[in-house]
Design a protein around this ligand. Structure first.
Ligand code: DMJ
Length: 801
């Protein structure tokens, strides 16, 4: 029977399938033998000794790096010196990880806190503040810089503030690391200026995408583009600067659209401009791994159900097509029944850990066990191994994934088997990777030959997870269950979900929030982070009374002019209060459980409020991303600039990235610019023309400005006192044609009033730049940074260091 069903496959598929089936049986046997053998319990004493051994391993590697390599990005453990980009002989693309920004130290900061070494943490933070800078003409990987550097800085910032509060130390710290991560974030942003919103794989730290070497940049991997959101959301919420989160959500949305609609699978490499897949292999390892991880963890950290829904769709597809017993074998996203590889890579060893978090324990146990077999066969898990566990690629750079999964499995099951597995992994590192100057990667697990390489993740992840595995959670300085571990094992607190943006005015009174949240079911106290978010949705679903069958009014459908809607909202316990000027139509909503007609409607009201909050946030965020700037220099040497906010138009070309248009400002004559031509048409050539709103459409003013050769057009409002500070910015609509080729922006009266006041004060014409507001900010930040550095050179080094 088996042979019959196999015969319908092509010969090579058949071979692989036979192999897979055979191996499933083999592995199943191995597993059952393993599980029937009683696991030897580990005594507390031995566990504590292993924890101390992990600590010693950390210091052995850390001191080797600090004493022989710092401020280099990495330690070269065989030559016992630092690896510098552009100085140490290049290893090709691999070196895109390095930005000459002391990566190993930044990546390691939060491990110092977990070890309880506050003195060294404080010292290291001071070093980073003093020495690390980002203004280098170096092309770096956006993904690696984000997970190692942005994540490392953010986590260290969070822990520094935590220590200030709870350990009465580091009182000098004033958020410098957060500012550094914001600056680095801005340097990564140009990579996101693509037509899809999916970021380029690499960016020049100083020149953005203007580096000629990046001209042909097209391809990126799914994991590279989809492993940004945790860090960028934390960055936005901690700095109050929404652009990072906006860009990361947009990248995730764009990726989601690229899934195969039949299989729900993703490929591994894609074109950032066209969104076409370049490699359609679909698995859970190299090229895609942390995309899945970030979908799930974005739900955990941010509480956005959308990400859980997406994760679940992909997860089901992976379990249906990629998973073969304990193995995970790539298939083609568009032909998911066809295996595309007969080997697995070591990066997929993170998958059981993710399965544990998402609540699917059984397959996690099986895959972990399979990986343990591979490890026992070859000492270390090789970079790639075949379905019969033979070596496909023998390298082993001391990766953390298997230990990470071991840690999560131990936390979930309490089974001492995982302590024994961890012990074996630790002892193997000690025996086969430890050298006098740190820990060296293994070039080939068959020969055990070393490589002159110690990646920063050895300290930030591999040893961190070992230390955590052998530590009792209550002995740790922080409650790790209140944090999400990023893909680089940096700690982001679950409380980040509750950090709103101060600019969002839509808020319930805190008193109502607390009461309502306690009374709802599912309780938002459980559903959203404060303590630990329960990863299993069903756990919550099953424990609550059923919701009414009647259709609930959603915030998206709500119309304030519809009487039925108003009544429904009222019944849900929501009151509307007009705020500010009635003509602006601003209302504030209050929800009280006690005002609701019934308990169920009270619950629906709470959901309505949450949806409304999301909608309001999204609107503000999108508006912010589109905001334009009209900037002018405040001094003759054009050192200092001020930007006035302006709105975009739907019909003119978008100024992307650091593009801008510059010219002297000229008022159109007549000012409304609705005639056939202008009286000052000659003078308008090359200028930034201003026309007042009214009498004719925005787009006809734009066409006239273009006809007379203006470089750009500013349309100023005709309503006295209007301002972007008090009313939402909008985008001017066109008429469907796309014949306007000059930038056109809109300014409210107050902002334009400021511009014309400067024009009047100046004797010479006022020169302005029209650009994206976010780019203006980035430009200013980079300038401030350069000035600080120049100032720092003349200062003495910090004596305390
Ligand atoms: C780390 O930088 C991260 O864990 C990443 O997600 C994958 N690669 C390395 C570790 O192997």
């Amino acid at each position: 029977m088996l042979t019959d069903s196999i015969s319908s496959f092509a010969p090579c598929q058949r071979l692989v399938l036979t192999f897979v089936l055979a191996m499933c049986i083999l592995v199943a046997c191995v597993l059952s033998t393993e599980t029937t053998m009683p696991t030897q319990n580990m005594s507390n004493k031995e566990r504590a000794e292993l924890r101390e051994e992990a600590r010693e391993m950390f210091y052995h590697a850390y001191h080797a790096y600090m004493e022989n390599a710092y401020p280099a990005d990495e330690l070269m453990p065989l030559s016992c010196k630092g690896r510098y980009r552009g100085v140490t002989p290049s290893r090709g693309d691999m070196d895109d990880i390095l930005g000459n920004f002391s990566m190993t130290l930044v990546d390691t900061l939060d491990t110092l806190v977990l070890l309880g070494d506050f003195t060294e943490f404080e010292h290291a933070v001071k070093l980073v503040i003093r020495d690390v800078q980002f203004d280098s003409d170096i092309i770096v990987s956006v993904f690696e810089t984000n997970i190692r550097m942005v994540g490392g800085l953010l986590s260290a910032h969070i822990l520094a503030e935590y220590l200030q509060k709870h350990a009465d130390t580091m009182h000098w710290y004033k958020g410098e690391l957060l500012e550094m991560s914001r600056e680095l974030g801005y340097r990564l942003l140009p990579a996101f200026n693509t037509s899809t919103g999916i970021p380029h794989a690499r960016v020049n730290l100083r020149l953005g995408m203007k580096d000629p070497q990046l001209k042909k940049s097209r391809e990126t991997c799914t994991a590279c583009a989809g492993t940004i959101l945790l860090e960028f959301a934390a960055l936005s919420r901690l700095t109050g600067d929404p652009i990072f989160e906006v860009r990361a959500h947009a990248a995730m949305d764009a990726l989601w659209k690229l899934r195969h609609r039949g299989s729900d699978l993703m490929g591994t490499v894609l074109n950032v401009h066209s969104g076409d897949w370049v490699r359609r292999d679909s698995g859970v390892g190299a090229g895609i791994d942390s995309y899945y991880e970030y979908l799930f963890k974005s739900y955990v950290l941010l509480g956005d159900d959308k990400y859980l829904a997406r994760f679940n769709r992909h997860y089901n597809a992976v379990m249906k097509y990629v998973s073969e017993g304990p193995m995970l074998l790539d298939v083609l996203m568009h032909r998911p029944h066809a295996k595309s590889k007969n080997f697995m890579d070591s990066l997929l060893a993170f998958w059981p850990g993710l399965q544990v978090l998402s609540g699917d324990l059984k397959p996690a146990v099986q895959t972990h066990e399979m990986l343990y077999q591979v490890m026992q066969m070859h000492t270390f898990i090789p970079e790639a191994f075949t379905v019969d566990f033979q070596i496909h690629w023998g390298q082993h750079p001391l990766r953390p994934e298997f230990i990470e999964s071991t840690y999560f499995l131990y936390r979930a099951t309490g089974d001492h088997h995982y302590l024994q597995v961890g012990k074996r992994a630790l002892k193997t590192l000690q025996q086969h990777a430890k050298v006098s100057c740190g820990y060296a990667a293994v070039n080939d697990v068959r020969t055990g030959k070393h490589e002159d390489r110690m990646d920063s993740f050895v300290l930030s992840e591999t040893i961190k997870y070992l230390f955590l595995l052998f530590s009792d959670p209550q002995d740790l300085i922080i409650n790790v269950d209140e944090f999400v571990f990023t893909t680089e094992a940096h700690l982001l607190p679950l409380s980040i979900a509750q950090l709103g943006n101060a600019t969002f005015s839509f808020r319930q009174s805190d008193e109502h929030n607390v009461l309502d949240f306690m009374r709802t079911c599912p309780s938002s106290n459980k559903l959203f982070p404060e303590k630990v978010r329960k990863p299993l949705r069903n756990f919550i679903t099953g424990s609550c009374p059923r919701a009414t069958a009647g259709k609930r009014l959603s915030a998206l459908d709500f119309q304030a002019s519809n009487a039925d809607h108003l009544r429904a909202v009222y019944d849900m316990g929501i009151t509307m209060v007009s705020v500010g000027d009635r003509s602006q139509g601003k209302v504030r909503l209050f929800h009280s459980f006690y005002n609701a007609k019934s308990h169920e409607e009270g619950e629906m009201g709470l959901q309505f409020m949450q949806e409304m909050l999301e909608l309001t946030k999204m609107q503000s965020i999108n508006q912010l991303a589109q905001l334009q700037a009209v900037a002018y220099a405040t001094d003759e040497k054009a050192q200092d600039w001020i930007a006035l906010m302006a709105g975009p138009s739907h019909f003119s070309p978008e100024l992307i990235g650091d593009q801008f248009v510059q010219g002297d400002v000229l008022l159109a004559n007549p000012l409304r610019a609705c005639d056939e031509s202008l009286e000052n048409a000659e003078e308008a050539r090359g200028k930034v023309l201003v026309a007042e709103r009214g009498d004719c459409t925005f787009v006809s003013k734009a066409r006239l400005a273009q006809k007379v050769g203006a470089a750009a057009l500013i349309v100023c409002d005709n309503v006295p006192g209007s301002s972007g500070e008090t009313q939402p910015m909008f985008a001017m609509s066109g008429d469907g044609k796309d014949d306007v080729l000059i930038p056109v922006v809109f300014m409210y009266s107050v902002e334009f009033g400021k511009l014309s006041a400067v024009m009047e004060r100046r004797k010479l014409p006022l020169r302005v730049r029209v650009m994206q507001m976010v780019e203006f900010k980035r430009w200013q930040l980079a300038k401030a940074q350069r000035q600080n550095q120049t100032a720092a050179v003349t200062q003495k080094p910090d004596k305390e260091l």
